[in-house]
Design a protein around this ligand. Structure first.
Ligand SMILES: Nc1ncnc2c1ncn2[C@@H]1O[C@H](COP(=O)(O)OP(=O)(O)O)[C@@H](O)[C@H]1O
Ligand SMILES: [Mg+2]
Length: 249
């Protein structure tokens, strides 16, 4: 299927975000239109303070716009109800943070099981096991019984990616996912995103690093709360059979 014919996973129209009041008012986003289609790998770049994290948090249903529309998988993200938005997020979004955000008192296995507690109760459908999740980020199952303090930063971020895959998300998001890693670990993490992208995952990463953005098929440049430029790289069709576009599952 041609990239433009694939269904949108995220659709943003006229999105603005302001923080604060009066003289302290900050316009973090000043009117963003953005469509991310199934199977796309997008990098968001731009200077510090330009609104990248705000945009990613809105894509991830962690925050709501001041104005404008947001749809994830064709579902309008509710602005009033926090619980509905939290549910949409827990069912459809995977989020990877710069500083991993693993719970250090839990084992890797327990960290991977955590996002599923709510989901398993809710849907009763089979979700990936910790063994399956750790294999998807190409780490050995022996790591499951360690604690986050007993693994390297690169391994911790791969565990965090595995955790983000626990709900088989429609959209996998990362805010500077390699920002705390050295080159070797950063490369290992980016190979995982590449691999997930080839499997059909829809990915949006915020990054300062042009080498990270190189992995994406599309680079969206943000400046002062607006999208100022977009670049698409060929070949536009990723190398995978058309029948395996079913998201990150
Ligand atoms: N919770 C907040 N309260 C007030 N201002 C904020 C908040 N979050 C972000 N901002 C401001 O919004 C602007 C955009 O921030 P952000 O989206 O974090 O940019 P980036 O990720 O590109 O560095 C900045 O001026 C920032 O200071
Ligand atoms: Mg940021």
């Amino acid at each position: 299927m041609a990239p433009d014919a694939r269904p949108p996973v995220a659709f943003l129209k006229g999105v603005t975000k302001t923080y604060g009041e009066g003289a302290a008012k900050v316009h973090a986003l000043r009117g963003v239109d953005l469509t991310v289609r199934e199977g796309e790998f997008v990098a968001i770049m731009g200077p510090s303070g330009s609104g990248k994290s705000t945009l990613l948090h809105i894509l991830g249903c962690m925050d709501v716009p001041s104005e404008g529309d947001v749809e994830i998988d064709g579902v309008a993200v509710p602005r009033q109800s926090d619980s509905e938005r939290t549910r949409l997020r827990s069912e459809r979004i995977g989020f990877v943070f710069q500083s991993f955000h693993l719970l250090r008192d839990l084992t890797v296995r327990e960290n991977l099981e955590l996002p599923q507690v709510y989901l398993r109760r809710k849907e009763g459908k089979r979700l990936p096991t910790p063994e399956e999740l750790i294999a998807r980020v190409r780490l050995p199952a022996a790591l499951l019984d360690r604690h986050p303090t007993q693994i390297s930063g690169g391994e911790a971020q791969r565990v965090a990616i595995a955790r983000a895959l626990a709900n088989s998300p429609s959209l996998l998001l990362g805010d500077e996912p390699t920002g705390n890693l050295d080159t070797t670990n950063s490369d290992a993490v980016m190979r995982i995103f590449d691999h997930l992208s080839k499997e059909g995952a829809t990915i949006v990463l915020v990054t300062h690093n042009p080498e990270v953005a190189e992995h994406a098929q599309r680079v969206v440049r943000v400046g002062d709360g607006r999208i100022v430029r977009e670049e698409r790289k060929g070949p536009s069709e990723p190398e995978r059979p058309a029948s395996t576009t079913g998201g990150a599952a």
